[in-house]
Design a protein around this ligand. Structure first.
Ligand code: AMP
Length: 488
């Protein structure tokens, strides 16, 4: 048991090398966050760790800083690849998260001769090979692409000393268990394993039992708690009116940045087009978009060039967007736990935020699941469609024209598809459409695909630019959510 010395712990007193401390100080961090205070001593002591922490709590540094510290004795300025075997392996469920983690690794290791790179699917594997061949100590990877590289003999995992599973719950949700098992079989038995997850489901506990040895458990939020700082509202909306209600909501609040969640890729693409037609600048971010396009959309959103970013759960997972004021659940997630992740995009790092769910009658069951999970009952506010109808919305009701609304997916077949997670299913089936352009699934342009390959040709230059941290006081990061528990 470690005593809660919360008031006195600094990065220096955590026994981190001065060059690591220097890097975090340059990021503007003045004090470790609760998860960092809790986890770092255990990781430095060599324990396996099972940590419950959401994105936004500072969990990336919680595992990266002690990883760097542990690998310092192996740091080498030698150019020989043999001197740079992979010693730290970080697995992440999505490419966005993998890229963000790699950026953090690079930031925190900038004063150390330790090399790192990131590999993920969706781009030409050959472009990732040169960085691997040069030799790197730390590899951030999505599971499928890692196995592709193993099969291509681009890397070896037999010297891995530390394995980190980031957002392990999401990896299981996305069906990565078979890949994880294959990867685990390639690693040395004697190693340290750290598992980070936003929730401790029974599946996660089983995963920990199988892959971790006598782990220390660190819990930084109440089980499945939602951020206390986030004001949550539920509006009961007729499914035909959702789009108009959303547009009105954005306009009437003068919202400058809104992250909107949909269940399917098709709906994300459609909704952003609908908002655009309604005069609200919007982009979508989902699994069918090329990496280059996702980066472009995210940057445009972060820089305030677009008002709404419409995202699926998979694409949004792990996004680090500072000071996001408003999240809208255009459709409730099929998995109640995703509600917690979604609203965790706002009210981050001690800031207050707002989450609004637009719920139609068919989603009542999902709402009940969420209420059960977060242990609270929401007031269901009734909201009618705004009087004003946009010209194209009016055109939608032309006799014989296909409805181009959120509700247009409510046919039996489309509905059952929309409940499947993005990662498990092929592109949604087309319904009979009048406006082909409007309804067709997203297709990346050839230019985007080429650019995609180009950005990844350069080691470490993934281009996902995070908002530069200004020198700021350490906020009461989301550890403030609840009691921090420490168990053995
Ligand atoms: P994460 O949970 O790792 O995604 O981190 C969320 C955000 O918190 C990122 O923007 C980090 O740069 C930031 N962060 C991490 N640790 C600290 C710290 N000790 N003080 C201030 N900000 C931090």
């Amino acid at each position: 048991m470690i005593e809660d010395t919360a008031t006195t712990v600094t990065f220096a007193t955590l026994n981190l090398d001065p060059l690591i401390v220097k890097a975090v100080e340059e990021e503007g961090y003045t004090e470790p966050t609760p998860i960092q205070k809790e986890a770092i001593p255990h990781v430095l002591a060599g324990h396996d760790l099972m940590a419950m922490a959401q994105t936004g709590t500072g969990k990336t540094a919680a595992f990266t800083l002690p990883l760097l510290q542990g690998l310092l004795p192996y740091a080498s300025t030698s150019a020989s690849p043999a001197r740079h075997p992979i010693r730290g392996l970080i697995l992440a469920p999505t490419r966005e998260l993998a890229i963000q983690v790699q950026e953090s690794v690079e930031t925190y290791s900038k004063h150390l001769p330790l090399r790192s790179t990131v590999v993920f699917g969706g781009i030409d594997i050959k472009t990732q090979k040169p960085a691997l061949m040069k030799g790197i100590e730390i590899l951030v990877a999505t599971p499928g692409r890692l196995l592709d590289h193993v099969e291509s003999r681009n890397l070896q995992l037999n010297q891995v000393q530390v394995l980190i599973l980031d957002e392990a719950d999401r990896m299981l949700d996305m069906g990565f268990m078979p890949d994880l098992k294959r990867i685990l079989a390639l690693l040395p038995k004697k190693r340290q394993t750290l598992l980070f997850s936003a929730t401790f489901s029974n599946d996660i506990k089983k995963l920990a039992q199988d892959f971790l040895v006598d782990p220390v458990t660190v819990e930084i939020a109440r089980r499945n708690a939602t951020a206390d700082l986030v004001k949550q509202s539920v509006y009961m909306v007729d499914s035909n009116s959702k789009k108009d209600v959303l547009a009105e909501l954005i306009r009437s609040r003068g919202a400058s940045q809104v992250l909107v969640f949909t269940r399917t890729k098709l709906m994300a693409a459609r909704l952003s087009r609908l908002l655009e037609r309604d005069g609200i600048t919007a982009e979508s971010i989902h699994g069918d978009k090329s990496q280059q396009e996702r980066i472009k959309a995210l940057d445009a959103f972060k820089e305030g060039r677009i008002t709404a970013l419409v995202a699926t759960d998979v694409a949004a997972r792990g996004l680090d967007i500072d000071d996001l004021p408003l999240v809208v659940n255009y459709e409730l997630p099929p998995n109640a736990e995703d509600y917690v992740h979604r609203i965790g995009r706002t009210g981050r790092a001690g800031a207050s935020g707002e989450a609004i769910s637009l719920v139609d009658a068919e989603e009542e069951r999902l709402l009940l699941d969420i209420e059960k999970l977060v242990k609270r009952q929401f007031v269901r506010e009734k909201i009618d469609a705004p009087q004003h109808k946009s010209s194209h919305a009016a055109a939608d009701s032309r006799p014989g024209s296909a409805p181009k609304h959120a509700s247009s997916d409510r046919s039996a077949s489309a509905k059952s598809e929309s409940y499947k997670s993005e990662s498990h299913k092929p592109a949604p089936r087309k319904s009979k459409a009048i406006d082909d352009w409007f309804d067709k699934p997203y297709e990346p342009t050839p230019n985007a695909i080429r650019a995609d390959a180009a950005i990844n040709a350069t080691e470490g230059s993934c281009g996902l630019v995070r908002n530069k941290k200004s020198q700021k006081e350490v906020p009461a990061l989301l550890g403030g959510l609840g009691q921090s528990l420490l168990k053995r």
